[in-house]
Design a protein around this ligand. Structure first.
Ligand code: SAM
Length: 232
């Protein structure tokens, strides 16, 4: 899978791929990344990529030409590129989106800066718009890294043990059951005793129940979905 980042500030993103699982995924050719800076494509004689908003409003907006030329350049060599704009007005990104998008060949993340992007560019090029939550960031770079990380974990071979994906939170709308590691006693608190007895079917039943309780307590909205599914 290839990920292309359209951003004015690639250095914000680059560091994230230098360690751990995603660095390894690049070394083993499970994913590749590249960067495109709209400033390299601007036809403005002062190298500008932003301009005041028409109709008034505080701040600047990213102008259409540098972004269009950048994206056209990507599309010239990659007809299968799936173009995602990061924006607070997009659909909230979920684990189901991460799984679905992990089957794509090439994803392009377009990050806005300033007060955002001229709407015509979004209309022309966006296959999807995603938000990572109901708050405003200074730019789309963090959001693009969030999506890229979550998608990458679902690509075959990126995680050392792919079965860990099946037990994680948001599988079938449930949160993960409580987890423990050594020591068995810590600060006067013990791990759940049944976890340490080695009866795997009992542990699995118990985890299922704890997972349900945790979902009900922390995410009643998800719990409702699980209950509706059960009653179908
Ligand atoms: N004026 C815009 C608005 O009110 O919708 C906000 C622009 S924000 C300061 C600049 C850029 O950050 C956006 O173009 C987008 O790429 C990114 N961004 C901000 N919040 C985001 C969020 N919650 N999810 C995804 N991207 C976000």
């Amino acid at each position: 899978m290839k990920f292309s980042f359209v951003t004015l500030f690639s250095s914000i993103i680059e560091g994230y791929f230098q360690d751990s699982i995603l660095s390894n995924a690049i070394k083993t050719n499970k994913i590749s990344i590249d960067f495109f800076n709209p400033r390299d494509y601007t036809e403005d004689k002062h190298n500008r990529v932003d301009s005041p908003m028409i109709g008034g409003g505080a701040g600047m907006l990213m102008t259409p030409q540098p972004l269009s030329s950048t994206i056209d350049n990507i599309l010239d060599t990659s007809k299968k590129a799936h173009i995602i704009f990061l924006t607070p007005v997009g659909k909230k990104f979920t684990q189901n989106d991460a799984k679905r998008l992990s089957k794509k060949e090439h994803i392009v993340f377009v990050s806005g800066r300033y007060e955002g992007i001229d709407e015509r560019v979004i209309e022309q090029y966006a296959d999807e718009l995603f938000s990572i939550g109901d708050y405003i960031l200074t730019g789309g770079e963090l959001a693009s890294m969030v999506l890229c990380d979550a998608i990458s974990r679902n690509i075959d071979g990126v995680l050392g043990n792919s079965s860990s994906l099946d037990e994680e939170s948001y599988e079938e709308s449930m949160l993960e059951a409580p987890s423990f590691t050594k020591p068995y006693e810590y600060n006067g608190k013990s791990v759940i005793l049944d976890y340490s007895k080695g009866n795997h079917s009992k542990i699995s039943d118990l985890k299922q129940k704890l997972s349900m309780s945790k979902t009900k307590f922390f995410r009643p909205d998800l719990y409702q979905i699980v209950k509706q599914e059960e009653n179908r």
